[in-house]
Design a protein around this ligand. Structure first.
Ligand code: URA
Length: 434
């Protein structure tokens, strides 16, 4: 078998066999197939796509490039959630402890923010002391003690993805549905869960700009997971406006604490409970969606979910006093409340512009090596359909440098549109794919 024959076959639009895919991916991971041939194959996949058997074989080969976490010593059902990322998407911080209260183990390996979307690890690190880089045995120990753990990807899992993702990033081959699906699913399957719930976001603040693209991505990932023996469900969610009212790191942790205490914004609560209900159904902790929603709601009202969050943070070395007193979490020196130029109804909140403004404020990264300012961000963001009066703040910018406030303020000028007529808030959960 020669690498160039495989590239030629895909370039001509023919499906590759499992052996051909394994030969290529294993060869690339071992350094025997050079970057230029891998780039050519990635570009051929970008243009010609892959069938379900091919994308499953690609996922499988990527998993085999490294170790797989064995969670068999944890007897509970293990159910994870993955989001394709969005602005203000802080759901994992609420969902993991909430579902762990329901006799399900939630092993969560998350990422950092890059580009306009934030990352769970950066948010968790705004809690002083919280360690995201637990060793696999520590991860398992935390899971056994409290039922949930949120850590970063360990280097032994799916090394082929790290290499291939870096290559795709510089060869314009990131936005390919088979490549994205195999990249996400290989990492999630290597993590050892029994089932997975996917939140595939679409809209201005998401990776997938249209609902149709998101649907194709979700279907592909669900199919891969099922073919590999996992319980799978995907929901599609609208990400044209930010999720919740805060975007950043510490400011999002504060919003999560409020949500765990039962005072969360409606959209954040709706998505969290919907995902949680599907996790309970997959983990056989509820018989119907209604029952699952009831159980989850009770775990919030009783305080169990917030207690579980504190327990997990403590087991990760995080200082729980900051959760009891969130005003002590990192906070910025300077603030600016953007006043509404007139009275009216909010008709649009551009999640992408809000995400970009957050990067300027210091809450996100321009490159992978940039340092995050955990205190920076935006709070008090108005939502589509709300009525605002002239002079009322549309959002509040937080930064540690005054000039960043000015720069972000200029960018954000067009992020919020007002109309004379009331606008109905968009449907949040648009599709369910099983
Ligand atoms: N996230 C991933 O992990 N991989 C991709 O290819 C895209 C988004």
């Amino acid at each position: 078998m020669l690498a160039q024959w495989i590239i030629e076959k895909k370039r001509n639009g023919r499906p590759l066999s499992q052996d051909e895919i394994a030969f290529f991916i294993q060869g690339y991971a071992r350094g025997e197939i050079p970057d230029y041939q891998m780039s050519a194959l990635a570009m051929a996949i970008y243009f010609k796509g892959m069938t379900f058997p091919e994308v499953t074989a690609l996922t499988d080969s990527m998993i085999r490039s490294g170790k797989v976490l064995t969670l068999s010593s944890i007897k509970k059902q293990k159910v994870d959630k993955h989001s394709t990322g969005g602005i203000g998407d802080k759901v994992s911080l609420i969902l993991a402890p909430l579902v762990a209260c329901c006799e399900i183990a939630v092993p969560m390996m998350s990422g950092r923010g890059l580009g306009i979307t934030g990352g769970t690890l950066d948010k968790m690190e705004s809690i002083p002391g919280y360690r995201v880089n637990l060793k696999p045995y520590e991860f398992i120990s935390v899971l056994k003690k409290c039922g949930c753990s949120m850590i970063g990807q360990t280097p032994e899992l799916v090394p082929a993805d790290r290499k291939l993702y870096a290559l795709r990033d510089v060869t314009a081959t990131v936005p390919s549905i088979p490549l994205i699906s195999a990249s996400i699913m290989s990492k999630k399957i290597a993590e050892g869960s029994d089932s997975l719930v996917l939140d595939v976001k679409w809209g201005k603040g998401a990776f997938m700009k249209t609902r149709l693209e998101a649907k194709t991505l979700a279907r592909t990932m669900v199919e891969i997971g099922k073919r590999m023996g996992k319980g799978m469900v995907a929901i599609l969610t609208d990400m044209n406006q930010p999720l919740g009212r805060s975007v950043g790191n510490a400011v999002e942790v504060i919003e999560c604490i409020e949500t765990l205490k039962g005072n969360g914004p409606d959209d954040l609560v709706e998505i969290t409970l919907t995902l949680g209900a599907h996790m309970l159904l997959l983990g056989q902790a509820a018989r119907s969606k209604e029952q699952a929603l009831n159980i989850l709601q009770n775990k919030i009202t009783s305080g169990a979910a917030f207690n579980k969050f504190r327990e997990m943070v403590n087991l990760h070395g995080g200082k729980v006093e900051y959760l009891n007193n969130p005003s002590q979490l990192p906070h910025a020196k300077h603030h600016f409340a953007c006043p509404s130029p007139r009275s009216g109804y909010v008709s649009m909140v551009d999640a992408e512009l809000i995400g970009r403004a957050c990067i300027i404020l210091g809450a996100g990264r321009k490159t992978i090596d940039d340092k995050i300012d955990h205190a920076a961000g935006i709070t008090g963001i108005v939502k589509i359909g709300e009525k605002v009066n002239k002079g009322q703040p549309l959002l509040i910018l937080h930064a540690n440098e005054r000039k960043k406030l000015t720069e972000a303020g200029t960018l954000i000028g067009n992020a919020i549109k007002l109309g004379r007529e009331h606008v109905r808030p968009p449907k949040l959960v648009t599709d369910l794919i099983k």
